[in-house]
Ligand binder design. Structure first.
Ligand SMILES: CC(C)(COP(=O)(O)OP(=O)(O)OC[C@H]1O[C@@H](n2cnc3c(N)ncnc32)[C@H](O)[C@@H]1OP(=O)(O)O)[C@@H](O)C(=O)NCCC(=O)NCCS
Length: 188
């Protein structure tokens, strides 16, 4: 475990990478409470088949798992997703501690860019954490479902502006079929 300079009720907040199944179950329990229980996300959307290829980070207050985020790895960026803190433990910046652990983890792997897909209502949260929109806001775009956000892993090396349209940078993952491969993929 790694200690972070944050206390809740006198207990330090620590973050840990899930190394064994029990750790992953703690991450999944936090997500089930926040996304399925609190935010009405369907189970099939929350547990989308990408959990076993991801790095899971868990925040603890004492022995209690109180927050989590999953980090997926791509060729040119790392992608934090499913950031959640149990409702009664909110208000202590535990989300920020989890995102900083993502940044440090990406840095340790030599990755330069963090990329996330945020709901419009959460863009203010990501901006407070030092993220920016990948594509400038288009006032004529109408109601958006998802916004692409980025952050440099090393704050002294800012990311270049990109020219790609938002439709391209928000490309969604293909659904996985029962073999764990995207539909149509030929497997041997
Ligand atoms: C997002 C989440 C992890 C943050 O939890 P947290 O670390 O306890 O956050 P805090 O309550 O300490 O808030 C940290 C700061 O972000 C701000 N903030 C929190 N949610 C926000 C939002 N949706 N939009 C803008 N600002 C937000 C707070 O006002 C606070 O600002 P301050 O430091 O200036 O006071 C938590 O709200 C959560 O689990 N939400 C449900 C799951 C979810 O929606 N996940 C995706 C969101 S990115």
């Amino acid at each position: 475990m790694r200690a972070d300079a944050l206390n809740v009720g006198g207990e330090p907040v620590v973050t840990k990478l899930a190394m064994k199944m029990e750790d992953s179950l703690q991450a999944f329990a936090v997500r089930a409470a926040c996304f399925i229980g609190e935010l009405d996300v369907p189970f099939s959307e929350e547990f989308d088949g990408h959990d076993f290829g991801a790095t899971h980070i868990i925040a603890y207050v004492g022995d209690e798992p109180v927050g989590t985020v999953r980090l997926r790895w791509f060729q040119s960026f790392a992608m934090p997703e499913r950031l959640a803190v149990i409702q009664r433990f909110r208000g202590h910046n535990i989300g920020s501690v989890l995102l900083e652990r993502c940044r440090a983890q990406a840095e340790a792997r030599g990755c330069n860019m963090l990329y996330a897909q945020a709901l419009p209502r959460d863009v203010g949260y990501w901006e407070k954490q030092g993220w920016r929109r990948l594509v400038a806001e288009d006032p004529d775009a109408g109601e958006k479902r998802i916004v692409a956000m980025v952050k440099a892993v090393d704050p002294s090396k800012p990311l270049p502006e990109i020219e790609a349209p938002e439709a391209l940078v928000l490309r969604r993952d293909g659904r996985l079929d029962s073999t764990g491969m995207p539909p149509g993929t030929v497997s041997n």
